[in-house]
Design a protein around this ligand. Sequence first.
Ligand SMILES: [Zn+2]
Ligand SMILES: [Zn+2]
Length: 344
Amino acid sequence: MRAVQYVQVGQAPVVNDVPVPEPGPGQVLLKVTAAGVCHSDVAVMSWPADAFPFRLPLTLGHEAAGVVEAVGENVSAVAVGESVVVYGPWGCGACRECSRGMENYCARAEELGIHPPGLGAPGALAEYVLIDDQRHLVPIGDLDPVRTVPLTDAGLTPYHAIKRAQHNLYPGATAVVIGVGGLGHVAVQLLRAMTGATVVALDVREESLKLAEQIGAHHALRSDTQAPGAVRDLTGGAGANAVFDFVGAQATVELAAKAAAKDSSVNIVGIGGGALPVGFGAVPYGTAVETTYWGGRSELIELIDLARQGAVGVHVERYGIEQGPEVYERMEEGRIQGRAVVVP
Ligand SMILES: [Zn+2]
Ligand SMILES: [Zn+2]
């Protein structure tokens, strides 16, 4: 089968021929119907050889949708032919965090060498992908896999962040979304569907601000040094009750802190490498600063149900598998609107 692989540190990914895997006991083989391409892969591929944590070659792609092609022994929750999406942040399945569905915070995954598909285990940018356990599969019925697959990361990550901040997102509150890209444009829609808060979107790209307005942001403003003042003007001087930074660069985490109200939350989701000093007086009183990683298994099930209600629509650009390497190039150049999805 054809697979988009990262072969050598520092080199662009290529499309290779690799064998189709066979499902062992408990495993499920999916024929990939759609695979989302995530910006975090660009960061992963910039890591130096001596700090690179995964074995190469690595088949990329950690957003997977597929049709069950074959099942191993003792698989009963899904049947051949069923259309599913894949929960990506695999854990041990048995620790306390895993038992409540938060496998993204599994205490033992690292120690046991358990990796998500595309981030250590062979990923979804291929014709087939092997899934370690049936519990990672969420049936999607007749939902379009191409539009649904980004929900497994670009949707689940903001969903998880928003749920954690929901106590701050009462009607009349203000939420700020920094970066209306793959994750941020889903976050805007989720905030509208899940909360009564006023949504302010910030971005440096004119097209992204237009998109933010189309998908429900109450205000779409340029993300610059004027932005915190503009957020304060919109909130009677108070600031935002919850800020979600999907960029995470130094400039944006500082912006996030300046836009935050007292007793608010700042969530740094983006992996831009920025850091916010937290200490008495460094952020507004009562403000919680946190980072989150991906989301929970039960949260993905909830999010797919929300998608069934039509509450969230992902803007996608379709590509063939041979275009995989080109997608990463376009991504690095900021030339993808919404989410790029490879359809093998
Ligand atoms: Zn990702
Ligand atoms: Zn665990």
